[in-house]
Structure formats: C-alpha cells, structure tokens
Design a binder for this molecule. Sequence first.
Ligand SMILES: CC(C)(COP(=O)(O)OP(=O)(O)OC[C@H]1O[C@@H](n2cnc3c(N)ncnc32)[C@H](O)[C@@H]1OP(=O)(O)O)[C@@H](O)C(=O)NCCC(=O)NCCS
Length: 198
Amino acid sequence: MQNTPPLQTNRLTLRKFTQSDLPALLNIHSDKEVNKFLPMSPLKNLTDAKTYWENQYAAAYKQKQAYQYAICLKEDNIPIGYINISMNDSHDLGYGLTKAFWHQGIVTEAGKAILEQAKKDGIPFVTATHDRNNPRSGGVMIQLGMHYQYSYEEQWQPKDQLVTFRMYQLNLADQTSPVYKKYWDDSAVHFIEAGVTS
Ligand SMILES: CC(C)(COP(=O)(O)OP(=O)(O)OC[C@H]1O[C@@H](n2cnc3c(N)ncnc32)[C@H](O)[C@@H]1OP(=O)(O)O)[C@@H](O)C(=O)NCCC(=O)NCCS
C-alpha cells in the first residue's frame, strides 16, 4: 500500500505537504472565506500552521496508507489547496482551495485523479458531505460522478453550529457497496431532499 503517491493531471501536481510548505498551508487556511465551511478555525500564524501540519499531515504520512495531498500548479509546485480521503470507515473526501483559484475546475481535476488512485488501490467507496449553504462544494461532488444519498443535521464541532449536510457517495473498487448510513443513524434529523441532483 502506498501513502499519498504523487499524481499528475493536465494542470496539477498532487503531492505530500512538507515542512517547507508551511507558508503555503498558512495562506490556504488563513482565508476566512475558504474557512467558512470547514470545521476548524482559520490558522493565524506559522506556529499554528506547523501544529496543523504535524497533526493533519506528518501523522498521516507515518501510516501505511493515506491520501493527504497538496494541490499544486505544475508550473511552480506551490500548494494552493488540499484534497484528501480519510482512512476511516466513511472514506470521506475533503478539499479546499485558495480563493484566487476558484472557478477554474481545479478541485474537480484533482478529485478525478485522487479517485482514480483510490479505486486502483482497492478503496471500496468514498463519501463526501457539504453544508447545503455551500452548493459549489456539491457541484464538485456532482462533477466527480458522486450521487446524493441523504441529508442530516449535525451540531458541528468545534465551531458548535447547527448544519444541514448533504451526503454523496461514489462506489469505487466495490460497486456493490451499500449506502454509508452512519451519519443518517447518528442524526435525529435526517431526510431525503427532493430535487437535489444525484
Ligand atoms: C468548493 C471549492 C473546493 C470549489 O473549488 P473549485 O476549484 O472552484 O471548484 P470546481 O471549479 O472544480 O467545481 C465547482 C463547479 O461545480 C459546478 N457545479 C455543478 N453543479 C453545481 C451546483 N449544483 N451548484 C454549484 N456549482 C455546481 C460549477 O460549474 C462550479 O464551478 P463555477 O462556480 O466556477 O461555475 C472551493 O470553492 C473552496 O475551497 N471552498 C471553500 C472550502 C470548502 O467549501 N470546501 C469543501 C467543504 S465540503
């Protein structure tokens, strides 16, 4: 099993975050608009970025298998965003991009590459969830071929906000994977919305 094997797409290099990327990591995670729909608070300085890198990235890179990527433009190899698949039972796909690069299909392009690698490696399925007030993130899921399954409410931590999430799933190596029901089961308020593109 590989850990975050480097990937190339037309415009992008996907690779591990290193300690020399702390200024870029700070740039991605200090923007309040990028942070609005993420659970964590914005990073304030390089010390915050280092702690975040150690917990989120260095720890994952010590595991046998992980998908924790920096998204870089090929031309300069500087991280402008991130994309990852968690190694827990949800196989959750997560992503974020510096605002200056929004609306160019960059996260969709990165998403296609990471899903292809995950499928090759035998990951049975991925899920992804987005706040329903953040439909552009749902747009990425749709463009990746993911299918809407259900919505649920969660008192989101550590921000402690009540959020309605939409859950999408894409079966990869195991096309018979059932719908991942944990979020549905854990939430007292869950429902299927009519009219959501699936
Ligand atoms: C959400 C985010 C990752 C999108 O990145 P991006 O590279 O601009 O996205 P892409 O261009 O690959 O794909 C988004 C596209 O989906 C398409 N789309 C398809 N169906 C859509 C729908 N129902 N609603 C909105 N967009 C839709 C749109 O064309 C949209 O592009 P546009 O807004 O430029 O027209 C980025 O805005 C971001 O980092 N946001 C903050 C962090 C975040 O929300 N992360 C996800 C948490 S779940």
